[in-house]
Design a protein around this ligand. Structure first.
Ligand SMILES: Nc1nc2c(c(=O)[nH]1)N[C@H]1C(S)=C(S)[C@@H](COP(=O)(O)OP(=O)(O)OC[C@H]3O[C@@H](n4cnc5c(=O)[nH]c(N)nc54)[C@H](O)[C@@H]3O)O[C@H]1N2
Ligand SMILES: Nc1nc2c(c(=O)[nH]1)N[C@H]1C(S)=C(S)[C@@H](COP(=O)(O)OP(=O)(O)OC[C@H]3O[C@@H](n4cnc5c(=O)[nH]c(N)nc54)[C@H](O)[C@@H]3O)O[C@H]1N2
Ligand code: SF4
Ligand SMILES: [Mo]
Length: 716
């Protein structure tokens, strides 16, 4: 059965299903029907008026409608029947009954904490909110977390520690083009957010300076005035070394420090212990390069540091981001126009997905689950006793690690951990050891293949919902096409399960109705959405949170304008001052040794998205990026006797992976890189280290010790 577009010739304005840029696009009925590559009759058109991408789209966005096509996706529930052991098509009633029965059985036999829920930062705000509420009030479990823990949690923790509030960018992306110096730390946005490159081009055309910090000479680094290539896992030392030099050369903004911060003496002492020569030894970045970077940054009129997964996905990610924030504070950047620190969040709703309660320690509105006032407020919106709400649960990797132990049944929606979790072979085995696994997905992902029941859900263009992009701008994704018969929305699935589990208060399944409840639940919290409505988002092309609902003394309501720029008057700490946190460099959890002499780092390529569950189903994307590879320097390739394309075996303490060599001078000779988008022999996460950051519980995806060998002709 073919999807039927709702869109008229003029089209439906909406946003891309993939990354945190949430590029604006228009979905239109195509005259050519199938020729557009999507479901018959739907094509992606530019939407130049949306300010974030100004019409530009990357290849993933342009081909996104292909995943809507019936052959690419699930259109019927699947059930594993004991007779065959295989997943077989089933009716919705049977599938939902089986899931509800398994959830109830585990809860009754082992207690509510034996039921786990795992969500995703790609889910809309409405879904993330409903999933968190479902876990806390219907199941009564504390065991919920989500893949955002693997994404930006270290930056979130550091931002909260320093500024009292975490919003990816505290300013609109357009400000990046108008500042004077940008330091991009561990972001390859030329591949991961290509339209954002426009803002960097604008910066350089205006005479501004771009500094890129990345162990590889990436497509992004090629645009830089200065490229620093530290050893993976040493950004903390690098940032401290730069701060040392700024202090030594008199670049500190003492007036700002006195007026707007606390804790400088301790942070200063910590930085002064990191001499440039020491930092050169630790990072491999030369003292002259360090000096040049420190000078460019401290002498620029306005300046920004933007971090992404490079420095964050480390077992010291929180302190590492903290060190970059200290550099910004010492030079008087945050809370000043066209200046400051920001994190480039990753997933489509990477920002909103971390605000509304699918995180282990959190209630909607970015409230803390261990805050009595927050519990009181949210319990009142949900119509339950605050004492009935569970406490904080485990972080994502810890939850996956507990599967088959004290967590016996899992509901998974919006993630594919068999490919994307660290130490993936272990995670796969944990998933297999569950009493029951239920997966909601749009495709039969590698994780869904392990399920007892798979529930096929609608996607992106087939449903309405809100996402919050990397700027904290709340956006409306509009429905443009009817879903195929046989799929339901995640919200409908939760409503049905809640009813079967005896929840009598009703579980709203209409997105706007859920959003209205979310607004009330978020009111008064750090991420206050109460003044935002679907109507307003549509009229204003997005509204920045916090946006409280304003009521005058006479009861009259005036709309709050939203908050594009945070911290201009005060920070969100109790005393309004930003906090310096003293941090010291420490090694990676696993440093190279004789048996594992190299560092492996991992990341992304332009044409695949995350675990590849969606993009590996799109022809043009597979042609551009058909499979995994091991990037290595010619000198290392020479030592191994490896030529371009030769199969290499990469071995870590957790496992091995095999992929062809890709030889390039753009990587350090002591480091190899693998993208993580594939399952099977070339799965990068067979190798990665699940060592966790003590504060954010982020795993160390960006550095582990490996050895590399030429794979024999008969394979590993
Ligand atoms: N094409 C594509 N785009 C995406 C995604 C995708 O899967 N594919 N995913 C989206 C998501 S969820 C996210 S989180 C973002 C991620 O966006 P990015 O953070 O830009 O992506 P990565 O490739 O993971 O990492 C960025 C860079 O960090 C470098 N790096 C590795 N180790 C270190 C280190 O120790 N220090 C420093 N400074 N750098 C290091 C890598 O060489 C890499 O070039 O992309 C989003 N956009
Ligand atoms: N080695 C290594 N590993 C990494 C990283 C790295 O840099 N290196 N990066 C980490 C990061 S930053 C991230 S964000 C994770 C991401 O990794 P995953 O969590 O695996 O993310 P996706 O591949 O986007 O998985 C999303 C799944 O949800 C499905 N889906 C999409 N939309 C919906 C929806 O609306 N409802 C439901 N129910 N399902 C939906 C998709 O089809 C897909 O199967 O990977 C992490 N893993
Ligand atoms: S940059 Fe991100 S949001 Fe924009 S089109 Fe590409 S994947 Fe979609
Ligand atoms: Mo991410």
């Amino acid at each position: 059965m073919h999807a039927k577009p709702l869109a008229a010739r003029s089209g439906t304005d909406t946003h891309c299903p993939y990354c945190a840029l949430q590029c604006g696009m228009t979905l239109r009925r195509a005259d050519g029907g199938d020729e557009a590559g999507g479901p018959p009759g739907l094509e992606v058109a530019e939407r130049p008026d949306f300010p974030v991408n100004r019409g530009a789209l990357c290849v993933k966005g342009r081909t996104a409608t292909e995943v809507l096509a019936p052959h690419a996706r699930l259109t019927r529930p699947l059930v594993r029947r004991s007779s065959s052991g295989e997943l077989e098509p089933a009716e919705w009633e049977e599938a939902l009954d089986l899931v509800a029965a398994a959830l109830a059985r585990t809860r009754d036999e082992h207690g509510p904490d034996a039921v786990g829920v795992f969500g995703g930062g790609g889910l809309t705000n409405e879904k993330a909110y409903a999933l968190g509420k479902f876990a806390r009030v219907v199941l009564g479990t504390s065991q919920i977390d989500y893949n955002g823990r693997f994404c930006m949690s270290s930056a979130a923790a550091a931002g909260t520690r320093a500024f009292g509030l975490d919003r990816g960018l505290p300013f609109p992306l357009e400000d990046v083009g108008r500042t004077d110096c940008v330091v991009l730390v561990g972001s390859n946005l030329a591949e991961t957010m290509p339209p954002a490159l426009r803002h960097l081009t604008e910066l350089r055309e205006r005479g501004g300076t771009l500094i890129v910090v990345d162990p590889r000479r990436t497509r992004t680094a090629e645009h830089a005035d200065l490229h620093l290539a530290p050893l993976p896992g040493t950004d903390l030392a690098l940032a401290l070394g730069l701060l040392h030099l700024v202090v030594a050369e008199g670049g500190v903004d003492t007036g700002y420090i006195e007026a707007r911060t606390t804790g400088w003496p301790e942070a200063r002492s910590a930085a002064m212990a990191h001499w440039p020569e020491l930092v050169e030894r630790v990072t491999g970045v030369s003292v002259p390069e360090l000096r040049r970077a420190a000078k460019l940054f401290s002498e620029a009129g306005n300046a920004m540091v933007l971090t992404a997964r490079g420095p964050e996905q480390q077992s010291k990610g929180t302190d590492t981001v903290g060190a970059w924030i200290n550099l910004c504070l010492a030079t008087g950047r945050p809370g000043r126009p066209l200046s400051g620190y920001g994190c480039l969040t990753g997933q489509g709703n990477g920002q909103g997905g971390r605000e509304h309660g699918q995180k282990a320690d959190q209630l909607p509105g970015y409230r803390r689950l261990d805050d009595p006032a927050a519990r009181e407020h949210v319990a009142q919106v949900w119509g339950v006793d605050p004492a009935s709400l569970p406490g904080p649960g485990r972080s994502a990797y810890e939850l996956l690690d507990a599967l088959g132990g004290d967590v016996r049944t899992l509901l998974l929606a919006g993630s594919n951990p068999v490919v994307s979790a660290p130490h993936a072979a272990h995670v796969e085995q944990r998933l297999r050891s569950l009493d029951f696994l239920a997966v909601c997905d749009v495709v039969l992902s590698e994780s869904a293949r392990l399920a007892d029941v798979v529930l096929p859900v609608t996607q992106w263009a087939e449903e309405t919902g809100t996402t919050t992009n990397l700027e904290g701008r709340v956006l409306l994704r509009r429905k443009a096409v009817d879903p195929p018969a046989g799929v339901r929305t995640d919200l409908e699935v939760l409503e049905e399960l809640a009813a079967r589990l005896g929840w009598e208060k009703g579980f709203p399944a209409g997105p706007e109705e859920v959003f209205d409840e979310l607004r009330r639940a978020s009111a008064g919290g750090p991420a206050d959405y109460s003044g935002i409505s679907y109507r307003r988002i549509a009229a204003e092309d997005g509204v920045f949170w916090p946006c409280p609902e304003q009521t005058g003394d006479d009861g009259s309501r005036s709309p709050h304008p939203g908050t594009p720029r945070l911290f201009l008057d005060r920070f969100a700490t109790p005393d309004g001052r930003a906090r310096f946190v003293p941090v010291m460099h420490r090694p990676a959890d696993e440093e190279p040794d004789e048996g594992y002499p190299l560092r492996l780092t991992t990341g992304r390529v332009l044409s695949q998205y995350q675990s590849g569950a969606q993009t590996r189903r799109v022809g043009a994307l597979n042609e551009a990026a058909p499979g995994p590879f091991v990037e290595l320097h010619p000198s290392l390739a020479g030592r191994l006797g490896a030529g371009e394309g030769d199969p290499l075996t990469v071995v870590s303490r957790r496992g091995r992976a095999v992929a062809p060599a890709r030889i390039t001078r753009g990587i350090r000779p002591d480091t190899v890189f693998m993208p993580f988008h594939w399952d099977g022999d070339g799965r990068a996460n067979s190798l990665t280290n699940p060592a966790l950051d003590p504060v954010s519980r982020m795993p160390e995806f960006k550095v582990c010790a490996v050895r590399v060998e030429l794979a024999g002709p008969t394979g590993p």
